[in-house]
Design a protein around this ligand. Structure first.
Ligand SMILES: *[C@@H]1O[C@H](CO)[C@@H](O)[C@H](O)[C@H]1NC(C)=O
Ligand SMILES: *[C@@H]1O[C@H](CO)[C@@H](O)[C@H](O)[C@H]1NC(C)=O
Ligand SMILES: *[C@@H]1O[C@H](CO)[C@@H](O)[C@H](O)[C@H]1NC(C)=O
Ligand SMILES: *[C@@H]1O[C@H](CO)[C@@H](O)[C@H](O)[C@H]1NC(C)=O
Ligand SMILES: *[C@@H]1O[C@H](CO)[C@@H](O)[C@H](O)[C@H]1NC(C)=O
Ligand SMILES: *[C@@H]1O[C@H](CO)[C@@H](O)[C@H](O)[C@H]1NC(C)=O
Length: 244
């Protein structure tokens, strides 16, 4: 009898230690009460107001609720914190069309339920709800990273992990390369046939983008503009002098 008990104890101890390690410094997922509810989980998490707003504005939140009800595979959500959104370059979200905001949010949703352990052996790239781009997961010991090719961050805090829904904290907004990768030489599409394209063309292509998110080094430009304004004003004064 005693040996059976100690056997059970010995079997359970590593499991307990392991799960303790995994959930260290995090609120244990609340015991299941009612159906998994992404909004409720994120609200309770307390640092996901931007993500919650986007889920609601893009209707992806509703889509997830419906999918949870019908999916046999479950879903996994990598939820960026408010800090993660604050760390984005100014204008990043507003620079996206409505459809691309939807795509950005869908990129954080995986059409399958994954535990943290599942990620350690998953084969890359992992499909997301944004069909254009996948995510790569790499691990070393208990450290698990997710990478988009543009952004890499650690995943270790489970807000919820109970089939059919898993929700993990992401300390970065995962930027899909097909929306944000234009500037990366590695993923940039090959240039069009150079027959008729002039350098001026390619230079002009992304003026809109730069205008939407001005760089901090615009002093040079604006001082040039000021010189231009000064010249115009000077000419006006001269003209008025001539006229009067
Ligand atoms: C989700 O949870 C929130 C807060 O816990 C609750 O207000 C809401 O009614 C729940 N929704 C569903 C569909 O269960
Ligand atoms: C889930 O789907 C069933 C049937 O498709 C429906 O009766 C039920 O109301 C749905 N539940 C939720 C929470 O949407
Ligand atoms: C995870 O990413 C960090 C940088 O964010 C890096 O230092 C670390 O080596 C990566 N770990 C793995 C297992 O890829
Ligand atoms: C993701 O993993 C696949 C397969 O291992 C690899 O071909 C691809 O280059 C990786 N992409 C990134 C962005 O790391
Ligand atoms: C320029 O930016 C737009 C979006 O603002 C993007 O669709 C386009 O692919 C980009 N082109 C280049 C050459 O970077
Ligand atoms: C902005 O200008 C400063 C000083 O001229 C320079 O050190 C810095 O690298 C520039 N940053 C960018 C993004 O061009």
């Amino acid at each position: 009898m005693a040996s059976t008990l100690s056997l059970i104890f010995l079997t359970l101890t590593p499991l307990l230690l392991f799960s303790h390690h995994q959930t260290l410094a995090q609120k244990a997922p609340a015991p299941s009460s009612g159906p998994a509810n992404l909004t409720g989980i994120l609200t309770k998490g307390g640092q996901y107001t931007t993500f919650l707003r986007l889920l609601s504005e893009t209707q992806v939140g509703n889509q997830i609720d419906n999918q949870l009800n019908s999916s046999t595979e479950g879903l996994t959500v990598l939820a960026p914190t408010d800090n993660a959104f604050n760390n984005l370059k100014a204008g990043t979200l507003n620079g996206l069309s409505r459809q691309d905001q939807v795509n950005l949010i869908l990129y954080h949703v995986l059409p399958k339920y994954y535990t943290l352990d599942n990620f350690q052996t998953v084969s890359n790239p992992v499909r997301t709800q944004f069909s254009d781009d996948g995510l790569n997961f790499t691990s070393q010991g208990h450290q698990l990273n997710v990478s988009t090719g543009l952004v890499e961050t650690q995943i270790n805090n489970a807000l919820w992990a109970e089939f059919p829904l898993a929700v993990y904290q992401s300390d970065a907004v995962l930027l899909p390369p097909s929306l944000f990768g234009a500037k990366s030489p590695a993923s940039a599409p090959p240039p069009e046939k150079s027959s008729s394209t002039t350098p001026a063309d390619s230079g002009d292509k992304n003026k809109t983008k730069e205008a939407a998110a001005p760089s901090e080094n615009s002093t040079g430009d604006s001082s040039k503009r000021n010189v231009g304004l000064g010249l115009v004003a000077g000419l006006l004064v001269v003209c008025m002098g001539v006229l009067s």
